[in-house]
Design a protein around this ligand. Structure first.
Ligand code: CA
Length: 435
């Protein structure tokens, strides 16, 4: 169950009452502003984050942009670890008939039986990937018509020349095993590339790469800026893929209604696939079922992880404006956080949580969670529950802290439960239901 009862937290709050005891270090003498959040103390209505912001001179743009008051789930929750047999799982997709498809970052796809939690089959035909750093086999989603066309969309990092790598958005048909006595293998067939993200770069970082279908059957794809000072400014360029959210059709072409038309006469031309820009490393995408709006979660710089509401054609600021600092504590764009023409994040974590995947809860199993935004936290080793009111975050809770796992992704299953995967060599699949 979730350990959030006040009586359990009293002991923790006494332990942490002395500032010297509460101060953690990261082994190199710097205060540990990220890292795992302490389990307590939690005081209802008070912010969960109590340490100073990384950039103390920066101020939030509006009330509630940081440090939302703590909330606690009243429903007793059952936390069921279905398996610990997944190797750095990254993306999950529900296939129907009680099966779950999981991507493992080193380069494999696995089929998991949702009832038993057992990985029951492998998948042949998965392209070879570059693995290491942020690189690997990353996200996967099913086609809205998967039951009929068996099509999945996935992202992976491929080699580009001898030293470089780049992200690929691909699709293929996932065929069930043929009969026989051998270990069951699904087959990925007719694999084709929708889009190769240029340029290939040496550092294996910040690919973004979350996939999400919108309500019209077009695919949002989040792309990072590759964590390279000379290229990170390309997040601001409409001629570049880096630091963007794309919206494409299922063949990789720009979706109709995108904001930036291609100017065929220009020597360079806008990338008409772009939906929004100025992103750093967005790895979470979700649509709010209440109003159909797209949201993202992105890895900001040190002390500047963000949740944004994504509007068509808007600029989310990176690297012209940012909360937090570079990892060496130097300022980004003189520490500026506001600039006309850029959109403010709806929420900022002033201590890194390292956001992965996210989802709005729209199930009936846990009514008090309806409409809440759940964000996987890797550095923070918890599942963040955010209470959303319109475009504001008005409450925050940390779940699954007692798992001591980097939470990679969270999705709502067809059973109305939340399903979570953790980033580890013995990666877990966890199901959250009412007890
Ligand atoms: Ca931003």
């Amino acid at each position: 169950m979730i350990q959030s009862r006040p009586c359990l937290l009293l002991a923790a709050s006494l332990l942490l009452a002395t500032p010297a005891l509460a101060q953690q270090t990261n082994g190199v003498g710097l205060p540990n502003r990220g890292g795992r959040a302490p389990d307590g103390p939690v005081t209802l209505g008070q912010p969960l984050q109590t340490n100073p912001p990384t950039a103390p001179d920066q101020k939030p743009a509006f009330d509630g942009q940081v440090r939302a008051p703590a909330v606690v789930t009243a429903t007793p929750i059952s936390v069921e670890v279905k398996t610990r047999a997944l190797d750095h799982p990254w993306g999950i997709a529900f296939l129907g008939e009680g099966k779950l498809l999981v991507t493992e970052k080193p380069g494999a796809m696995r089929i998991v039986d949702m009832a038993s939690g057992e990985p029951v089959a492998g998948v042949s035909g998965v392209p070879t990937v570059v693995y290491g750093g942020d690189a690997g086999l990353l996200d996967v989603v099913t086609d809205p018509d998967f039951a009929r066309n068996r099509t999945i969309y996935f992202t992976y990092v491929e080699p580009r020349g001898e030293h470089d790598s780049g992200l690929v958005i691909a699709k293929g048909r996932l065929q069930p095993p043929k009969g026989g006595n051998q270990a069951p293998m699904y087959r990925l067939e007719d694999v084709s590339v929708l889009l190769r993200v240029d340029p290939g770069l040496a550092q294996r970082a910040h690919y973004g790469s979350r996939l999400l279908f919108d309500r019209e059957g077009y695919l949002f794809v989040s792309l990072g800026e590759r964590f390279f000072y000379p290229t990170r400014g390309e997040a601001q360029s409409l001629f570049s893929w880096l630091g963007k959210v794309l919206r494409i059709d299922t063949t990789g072409k720009p979706a109709p209604g995108n904001p930036f038309d291609r100017d065929q006469d220009a020597e360079n031309h806008n990338r008409a696939e772009i939906w929004s820009y100025g992103h750093r490393n967005p790895q979470g995408l979700a649509i709010n079922p209440a109003d159909g709006k797209l949201w993202d979660a992105e890895h900001g710089p040190d002390g500047g992880d963000e949740v944004n509401r994504i509007e068509r054609g808007s600029n989310y600021g990176w690297p012209l404006v940012a909360y937090g600092t570079n990892y060496d504590r130097s300022l980004i764009s003189d520490g500026q956080t506001e600039r006309s023409g850029t959109v403010q994040p709806r929420y900022v974590w002033e201590a890194a949580i390292g956001p992965g995947g996210m989802t709005f809860y729209a199930g009936d199993l846990i009514p008090e969670w309806k409409g809440n935004l759940f964000v996987a936290a890797m550095t923070g080793q918890h599942l963040a529950r955010l209470v959303v009111q319109g475009d504001k975050i008005v409450g925050e809770e940390r779940l699954l802290q007692d798992q001591h796992q980097r939470i990679r992704h969270v999705a709502q299953g067809p059973d109305g439960a939340l399903w979570v995967v953790t980033d580890a060599a013995a990666g877990r699949l966890i199901r959250l239901t009412p007890r």
